[in-house]
Design a protein around this ligand. Structure first.
Ligand SMILES: [Zn+2]
Length: 663
């Protein structure tokens, strides 16, 4: 079916550009209560195999607890194609596979749109999605396996919310969970060292991005937004459903409510500083961002409300007129899109290592200013104010004025394409041809690597890195992004990530016991002609002999001082977490799972860890004979090492959760 020649029409009918697939809204419980399903509109992959197995993701439906394969769905089956995918049901594993695939592809596509380039995993890798990976109240992205693993569990027997006590709940059927976990995988692809918890914000940023993308994913569905507008009398701040995550998971776990709400608590400038716990800091950031969203939405719909009320802007009690609801919903979708674009574009402007929420704010402001210089609707200023009112501000900026939040420009003009510099032409060509030179695709990468690292060594002092030849500088990523500015023009940008491992400092024992590499890093944002626009350095102090060679007033002295502050902060953090909370310390291991019990496993709760290996998950007709499966699925399973996972999970039943690195 993937090939037009398989069709029976002559002349052949071209393949469609899009594929429509049905999902729950946004999980089985919510669909049962509302009677509503949703349809996702995703790119049509012409050679999609059973699984589904596409170019970017492959769904591996092996159940390691029961040691069974479930029949993979063929989305190109005419019977499936003709009805926008299988009807979402809980008792057919193929519907589970379809939902996991559809939501993942939709999230990836939204990243592509706002990043301004094709998204690829490293080299030729594909993300593996395992819908029935283990029996726990959890789902997590496993960076080592390159997989998202979804758990399932029995609903709480005492307080299952609006579910049956003991009913099997599948995290892979929750659009929010899928979007959240896949975002972890995407962020990990774009910033691989954010698995190093070098300050309380690193994991918090991972979590905040994952929650934000999952929340903004709700706005893909205009009908859902429309309903929320109608229910909240045009004020989305009063609608809980649209701005909350994972209802079914929350209720079935005995919490009586959704897992998290974007609206959170009223702004409190001390709340952020009061906690070093990564998830709570992440929640402050998400809440601040949605404060900005609601403020922008109120601004954008104020004129509609005035028109509809003869100037007062105050709606009479009762249902709001459908025409007004539609217009207000459109404004909500537009505001959500613009904020989502700001956040996703900012990812390229983030430091390569040791990110903080202050850095995220600076990255958002700098990136957005490049694309929307005049900020006609005052969105940046609104966002900065909402962050301030929740206590989030960058360290060591002199004010919250936009100019002081922008990332620094090079002290002296700096160009990637100086004589004997980097030949950007092949990079731009490769990007245009959809290749990522940091991957294994194409030989061009090697030359680019060499040129960029040579250039970086030559300018190490200006970049906030050490020129010591014993400390090699690595090119962690180079991308070309094509973005649209407010005047409709395309603005290409080169984004280079450099890192340098400071073994000299590691030898001094700063991180002894934490098993954490000490990485300095710099993000370089350049124009296509090679001119460096911004530098985002995360330096470490220079050694005494290198420092002695640096003239007074050179920017490297400022980098060195910033490096000393950074090192002191890191020492503090590592010493503090040691006593206060075992988790972040354990999380400082080289590549820990990104998820640190985020979905709130309670290892003390026997219901959460009980095994039901003797209870079939699905009707036996869905159990597949491994001999009939496509080789690619079996291969994907082999490389996943899920047997190991089962053993981990078995061990975990005696205590901690499988994704808990402190276990
Ligand atoms: Zn998470």
């Amino acid at each position: 079916m993937g090939d037009t020649s398989a069709g029976t029409n002559r002349p052949a009918v071209p393949l469609p550009a899009r594929r429509r697939l049905r999902t729950f809204a946004f999980d089985p419980m919510s669909t049962r209560l509302s009677g509503r399903f949703l349809t996702l509109d995703i790119p049509f992959e012409p050679d999609l195999g059973p699984g589904p197995a596409g170019d970017l993701v492959v769904v591996v439906d092996y159940d390691p607890v029961r040691r069974l394969w479930y029949e993979p769905v063929h989305l190109d089956d005419p019977a499936v194609l003709a009805q926008d995918g299988l009807r979402p049901v809980e008792n057919d594993p193929r519907a589970h596979q379809q939902i996991v695939y559809a939501v993942t592809m939709s999230v990836i596509e939204r990243f592509e749109r706002y990043l301004g380039r094709r998204f690829r995993w490293r080299g030729t890798a594909r993300l593996r999605l395992v819908p029935h990976a283990f029996e726990e109240r959890n789902a997590f992205f496993d960076a080592t396996r390159g997989a998202v693993l979804f758990g399932y569990y029995e609903a709480d027997r005492r307080d299952p919310g609006r579910n049956l006590p003991g009913q099997m709940i599948f995290t892979c059927l929750s659009s929010d969970m899928i979007a959240h976990e896949v975002t972890h995988a995407i962020i990990h692809r774009l910033r691989r060292y954010y698995t190093h918890a070098t300050n309380p914000d690193v994991y918090g940023c991972h979590e905040a991005f994952a929650d934000l993308i999952a929340l903004f994913q709700h706005f893909v569905h205009r009908d859902v937004v429309l309903e929320a507008v109608a229910a909240g009398a045009a004020d989305l701040g009063r609608s809980t459903g649209l701005l909350a995550l994972a209802h079914e998971f929350g209720e079935s776990s005995g919490r009586g409510t959704s897992l998290r709400s974007a609206i959170g608590t009223p702004p409190d400038p001390t709340a952020f500083a009061a906690t070093r716990e990564p998830h709570r800091r992440g929640a402050c950031f998400v809440a601040a961002l949605f404060d900005a969203f609601l403020a922008d939405h109120r601004r954008a719909s104020a004129d509609l409300l005035r028109l509809a009320t003869g100037g007062s802007g105050v709606l009479p009690p009762g249902a709001i007129p459908p025409d007004l609801a539609r217009r207000v919903a459109d404004e909500a979708v537009a505001s959500a899109d613009r904020l989502l674009a700001m956040i996703v574009r900012a990812i390229d402007y983030l430091p390569t290592v040791d990110v903080t929420f202050g850095d995220v704010l600076r990255a958002i402001v700098t990136a957005d200013r490049t694309f929307h210089p005049d900020d006609a609707v005052n969105l940046r200023a609104t966002l900065v104010e909402c962050m301030r009112s929740r206590g989030i501000r960058p360290d060591r900026v002199t004010s919250l004025a936009e100019e002081s939040l922008l990332w620094p420009r090079p002290a002296q003009p700096l160009s990637l394409t100086e004589p004997d510099g980097v030949d950007l032409a092949p990079v731009i060509l490769a990007a245009t041809r959809n290749l990522d030179p940091t991957g294994e695709a194409g030989l061009k990468g090697e030359q680019v690597f060499r040129q960029v690292t040579t250039w970086a060594n030559r300018h190490a002092l200006e970049l906030g890195l050490s020129p010591d030849p014993a400390l090699p500088i690595a090119l962690t990523g180079i991308h070309v992004a094509y973005r649209r500015t407010q005047d409709g023009q395309t603005l290409p940008e080169i984004v280079v990530q450099l890192t340098q491992r400071r073994r000299d400092l590691e030898a001094s024992g700063v991180t002894s016991g934490a098993d954490l590499p000490l990485l300095a890093g710099t993000t370089v944002i350049a124009a296509v002609d090679g001119r460096v626009e911004y530098l985002v350095p995360k330096p470490f102090p220079l050694s005494a002999d290198v420092l002695a060679t640096v003239p007074a007033g050179h920017v490297a002295r400022a980098h060195h001082e910033a490096g000393e502050r950074r090192l002191a902060a890191l020492r503090d953090w590592l010493a503090g977490v040691d006593e206060a909370d075992a988790r972040p310390r354990a999380a400082a291991a080289p590549v820990p799972p990104v998820h640190v019990g985020r979905w709130e496993i309670d290892p003390a709760d026997p219901a959460a860890t009980k095994s039901h290996a003797d209870r079939p998950l699905f009707d036996p007709v869905f159990v597949a004979d491994p001999a009939t499966l496509p080789g690619s699925l079996a291969q994907a399973l082999q490389s996943l090492g899920l047997r190991k996972l089962t053993r981990d999970a078995d061990a975990a039943r005696g205590g901690a959760a499988p994704d808990d690195p402190s276990a």
